[in-house]
Design a protein around this ligand. Structure first.
Ligand SMILES: N[C@@H](CCC(=O)N[C@@H](CS)C(=O)NCC(=O)O)C(=O)O
Length: 214
């Protein structure tokens, strides 16, 4: 049995943060597929009572513990492995600041936008899509500006803040309808730097469930 098990599915950027971290630290891990779009396992009472009361993916299983919220899981893995760990107390808070901004404003808007464009049963209401796209553009510009100052969010070395923020940005441009890396040059260069880290893999190669059945 693998040391770490991760409930995940290929289309989930939230789960990709954790799958990528596990790969980058060379952990012994295996994915546990959640049929999110088909059976909607995450909505079942059993999932909520035995795996995650929040009804969300990802969930990391380790040493009898079940951890959810990718920011918490990244922190747990960084503390255990001493890799991608912010250097000191100030940097730990700075990483947390960017992880919360990411969850709420960057991937927090990109995830639903991409979901409504590609996976939802009903297409997104145009007014909702316009609202989300406006927020996405503004928040990607904030990230791009930050990445103009240093190679990674906290400076010279990548940390869990980078692994959180890149969550959705490697998915194909046609899923978003715009090319994030081409429109935001600092983000594009930073994505290439993360991609060059030993152990990097694309979300569709790292987690099960791609392509979706027709
Ligand atoms: N902030 C959470 C977000 C997790 C999340 O929203 N995951 C999606 C899948 S990509 C989910 O399970 N959604 C189910 C729902 O919101 O009902 C994290 O970073 O782990």
């Amino acid at each position: 049995m693998a040391e770490y098990e991760l409930y995940c599915f290929a289309q989930s950027g939230n789960a990709y943060r954790v799958a990528l971290m596990l790969n980058l630290i060379g952990a012994d891990w295996k994915p546990l597929f959640i049929d999110f779009f088909g059976k909607g396992v995450q909505r079942s009472p059993e999932y909520r009572s035995t795996i995650n009361e929040m009804g969300e993916v990802p969930v990391l299983v380790h040493a009898g513990k079940k951890l959810s919220q990718s920011g918490v899981i990244l922190t747990y893995l960084a503390e255990r492995s001493k890799k991608y760990l912010p250097r000191n107390d100030d940097d730990r808070l700075e990483a947390l600041r960017w992880i919360i901004f990411d969850n709420q404003k960057v991937n927090g808007f990109l995830g639903p936008y991409r979901f409504l464009r590609n996976f939802a049963k009903e297409p997104g209401d145009p007014a909702v899509m316009t609202f989300l796209k406006g927020r996405i553009d503004g928040n990607l510009a904030i990230l791009d500006k930050r990445l103009g100052k240093a190679p990674f969010i906290l400076g010279e070395a990548p940390t869990i803040a980078d692994l959180s923020l890149c969550a959705y940005l490697y998915y194909p441009a046609d899923e978003f309808g715009f090319d994030i890396a081409a429109q935001h040059k600092n983000i594009g260069a930073w994505l290439e730097r993360i991609k060059a880290l030993p152990g990097w893999a694309h979300p569709y190669d790292l987690m099960p469930g791609h392509p979706l059945p027709k």
